[in-house]
Structures are given as structure tokens and as C-alpha cells.
Write a protein that binds this ligand. Structure first.
Ligand SMILES: *Cc1c(COP(=O)(O)O)cnc(C)c1O
Length: 387
């Protein structure tokens, strides 16, 4: 099946067998436990809802199908997925190589929580695969990538880096949240593990927090599955239902996100009050060719630097349709100032080094009419309260 068909049917086949009522939508199974007729065998395949329940199973199958993975695992948040992944696969003394430009919360988890457990993280500029190779040590176990990155929209070559990692017997994990499975499938490019914050495009409506891990390797799956239950950071049945519902329109939404974002990126790119635009769909993006090769669309996130005569605070306060908020990937457009919001957990020095300055704004372009979004930005640029 092709993507849009899988997104509607995989994991959610109506039960037309004896006793099934044929609902075309998977019910929200609220039971915390499942009765059995025999002591040593769960009759319906389920025992306790932390271990598994039918609504979560439907979502896990759906997400696996969208990433062309054999297995899917759902979690209570993207960070719950990341934490489970690291605790399941690594131990005290292990070393991880990480793309230096990444979601602030991931960096906070690695540097401020997981380092307390004897794990070591090295941040490199993974836009150059040789930098990843150069950081490999005898205790390196995992390469952690995010592409495109948050908030600078840098890309890394998943195929090239996965190949290097394989040669050194390292696991490659890719946070595919920004692209969504509609635009990029890291497992097809050689990665071992895909991670998602389903809070973003997969859920798509800014009404649920969730995460997922997708794998095809049996051994990795066994470890992750064991720890999904052992650690217990699982999503509620209602949250699973919401993400499952969101996936059905993912293809349609992503097409519109792509369309709107490219138009706004082009508008901002020639705007006299904008210093620079980061968007993989622009020919001026240093990795535009890689984006064309690795992704099937350029996504819905843009970041841009305001010229220094435009006060970011005033600009943001003037927007009427585009909401000033953290998060991304919903149907509604959201904007934020990474330095003070999503990436505030980084030190000033670290932010300056990477390029997360106060005049950098990140725009998650929604699926509204693009002319309305453009007009909203334009009226915020205008006015006599700028220098
Ligand atoms: C939001 C996000 C996360 C964290 O996910 P939560 O669901 O908020 O825990 C991880 N990676 C990326 C790229 C994100 O945007």
C-alpha cells in the first residue's frame, strides 16, 4: 500500500469476525486489566494495560507501517521515548555522539539527567559526516541524529552517517519529528531506530503529547519492548486514539505545510527587514541538494533572523493569527523565540556558539490560507515603533 492508504487502514482493520461489531475506528479501550479463561494464557492477547492494550496496539502498527518498520512502540511523550531508548540500550560508561543542533529538551535530558548515570555525550557538527567519524571512541555505542534540526533547519546525511556507524558497529537513531514519516524514512536510509515526538505532526492538532520508537531489528525491539513495560512511560488509550486519528490526515496536512512554508520562506527571504532565512526548500540553503535527495518535501518549519532594527519582542506581540507559543507541527501556525523559549535550557555561551541569538524566530507554518499568514507577518513588520 502507498502512504495515504496505510495512514488510514494499517492497524485499524474492522473486526468482522464472530463477536466483533465491525467498527471502522478502533475504540478507546479503557480497561486497565484483561480477564482470562486460563491461568497461564491471556485469552484475548492482553493482560495489563501498561504492557499493552488494543488502542495502543493499533497506533503502534500504524506508526510502524508509516516508517516502513517491522515494529512500533508508543510512549507518553517524545522524551519518554528517548529516555526509554537510552536506558534500554546503553549502560554506565557508554558514549553517545550527538548532532549539536537539536531539540533543547533532548539536550537537557542528555546533559542534565542522563550524565548522572555515567553516560557520556559528545556534540558534533553532523552536517559533516567526517566529524561524526572523528568523534568515535572505544566506548561509543550510539549516534543520535536529528534532521532537519530544531531550530536552525540543518540537515545531516542519514545514509552516509549510518554507513559510518555500521562500519564501527554503532547504533544510529534518528529523531524524525520535524520531517514526519511522510517526508523522510530514516530506516530506508540505513538508520536502525526512528524516534518521534507524536505531539507534533503525527498528532497534528496541538491536543496531545506523545512519542514513539520504530525499529525493524528483532533484538533491538525485544530490548525496547521489555523496557517500555519495565519503565512504564506509556501513553493513555485516549492519547493513542488522538494520535491514531491525527495520522489519517498526515499526508494531506504535510502537503499543505510544505506549500505554505515554501511560500512564506520565499516571502521572508526577500523581505528588507529579514537578515536570513533557514529553510531547506530554498536554493540558498547550504544543504538544499541533500534535502531534495533525502526528503520528499521540505517541511513546515522555517526559522529566520530579524534585522537588528526590528525588535523581536514588538514584532511577536503584533502578530494576530500566528500564535506566540512553543511546540510545532499543528494545523495552526505558531511562532517562538528559541533563545528565550524552546532553547532556554542551553547556556548563553552554547546558544551563541550555535547561532541561537535573540533575533532568531522559529515559525511552525500551519495549514491556514497562506495569504492570511503573509498578511499577518507583513502587518507585524510595519509600524513606526521600530528603529
Ligand atoms: C518536541 C520534540 C521532542 C520532545 O517531544 P515531547 O513530546 O515534547 O516530549 C523531541 N524532538 C523534537 C525534534 C521535538 O520537536
Amino acid at each position: 500500500m502507498k502512504f495515504s492508504t496505510k495512514a488510514i487502514h494499517c492497524g485499524e482493520e474492522p473486526n468482522l469476525k464472530e463477536g466483533g461489531c465491525g467498527d471502522v475506528v478502533t475504540p478507546i479501550h479503557l480497561a486497565s486489566t484483561f480477564a482470562r479463561t486460563e491461568i497461564d494464557k491471556p485469552t484475548g492477547g492482553y493482560e495489563y494495560a501498561r504492557t499493552g492494550n488494543p488502542t495502543r496496539k493499533a497506533l503502534e502498527k500504524r506508526l510502524a507501517s508509516l516508517e516502513n518498520a517491522k515494529y512500533g512502540l508508543a510512549f507518553a511523550s517524545g522524551l519518554a521515548a528517548e529516555t526509554t531508548l537510552i536506558l534500554a540500550l546503553l549502560r554506565n560508561g557508554d558514549h553517545v555522539i550527538v548532532f549539536e543542533d537539536l531539540y533543547g529538551g533532548t539536550r537537557r535530558l542528555f546533559d542534565r539527567t542522563l550524565t548522572n548515570f555515567g553516560l557520556e555525550f559528545t556534540y558534533v557538527d553532523a552536517t559533516r559526516p567526517e566529524k561524526v567519524e572523528g568523534a568515535i571512541k572505544s566506548n561509543t555505542k550510539l549516534v543520535w541524529l536529528e534532521t532537519p534540526t530544531n531550530p536552525l533547519l540543518k540537515l545531516c546525511d542519514i545514509k552516509a552517517i549510518s554507513k559510518i556507524a555500521k562500519e564501527h558497529r554503532l547504533i544510529t537513531a534518528v529523531d524524525n519529528t520535524f520531517a514526519s514519516p511522510y517526508l523522510q524514512n530514516p530506516l530506508n536510509l540505513g538508520a536502525d531506530i526512528v524516534v518521534h515526538s507524536t505531539t507534533k505532526y503525527l498528532g497534528g492538532h496541538s491536543d496531545v503529547v506523545g512519542g514513539a520508537i520504530l525499529v525493524s531489528n528483532d533484538e533491538l525491539y525485544a530490548k525496547l519492548k521489555f523496557n517500555q513495560n519495565a519503565i512504564g512511560a506509556v501513553p493513555s488509550p485516549f492519547d493513542c486514539f488522538l494520535v491514531l486519528r491525527g495520522t489519517k490526515t498526515l499526508a494531506l496536512r504535510m502537503d499543505r505545510h510544505n506549500y505554505n512554508a515554501l511560500r512564506l520562506a520565499e516571502y521572508l527571504n526577500t523581505h528588507p527587514q529579514v537578515e536570513k532565512v533557514n529553510y531547506p526548500g530554498l536554493k540558498t540553503h547550504p544543504q538544499h541538494e541533500l534535502a531534495k535527495k533525502q526528503m520528499t518535501g521540505f517541511g513546515g518549519i522555517i526559522s529566520f533572523y530579524l534585522k537588528n532594527n526590528v525588535d523581536a519582542k514588538i514584532f511577536l506581540s503584533k502578530l494576530k493569527i500566528i500564535a506566540l507559543a512553543e511546540s510545532l507541527g499543528g494545523v495552526e501556525s505558531l511562532i517562538n523565540q528559541p533563545a528565550s523559549m524552546t532553547h532556554a535550557s542551553l547556556t548563553q555561551k552554547e546558544r551563541d556558539r550555535i547561532g541561537i541569538t535573540n533575533n532568531l524566530l522559529r515559525l511552525s507554518v500551519g495549514i491556514e490560507d497562506v495569504e492570511d499568514l503573509k498578511a499577518d507577518l507583513e502587518q507585524a513588520f510595519q509600524g513606526d515603533n521600530y528603529a
